[in-house]
Write a protein that binds this ligand. Structure first.
Ligand SMILES: [Fe+2]
Ligand SMILES: [Fe+2]
Length: 147
């Protein structure tokens, strides 16, 4: 597969991962009342907005690269690692799922950086900025799960 097709595939994965993360954060924020809510709610609300913002930045980049921003029909729950947050889940179970999601999206950004660092510094730079945000999310979640 040529570099352009591979990049398009990675950007699509990152785009849907960001959206599914945002959906999960909104779901937790609004549905899980037993979830140390006062402590976690503001974190998850802010995180949801940030993840939507990441998706928008990726969509902008896809347009710049001449790719088509995928629609909902291309969103595949099975391949996005999307999780169904249940209000009965324990706080730590929810955090564990979110940690897995953050680790997955970090892998995607590292792959984008590896692919583009020599040929497409603009995309590599965006992926690096997003990677830093995701590493912060991961660190925050790992601290929360330890509390
Ligand atoms: Fe993100
Ligand atoms: Fe994140």
């Amino acid at each position: 597969m040529d570099e352009s097709k591979t990049l398009n595939q990675y950007l699509c994965q990152a785009y849907f991962s960001e959206i599914s993360a945002a959906i999960n954060y909104l779901s937790i924020f609004n549905n899980c009342s037993g979830l140390k809510r006062e402590y976690l709610a503001s974190i998850f609300k802010d995180e949801a907005a940030e993840e939507f913002g990441h998706a928008a930045k990726i969509a902008d980049r896809m347009k710049i690269k001449g790719f088509t921003v995928p629609g909902l029909s291309e969103f595949n729950l099975a391949t996005q690692g999307a999780i169904q947050i249940e209000s009965m889940m324990t706080t730590n179970a929810i955090l564990s799922y979110l940690i897995v999601d953050e680790i997955e999206v970090i892998k995607i950004y590292k792959s984008i950086i590896d692919l583009t660092k020599d040929t497409d510094p603009g995309t590599a730079d965006l992926a690096t900025q997003l990677l830093i945000d995701e590493e912060e999310h991961l660190s925050k979640l790992q601290h929360l799960i330890g509390d």
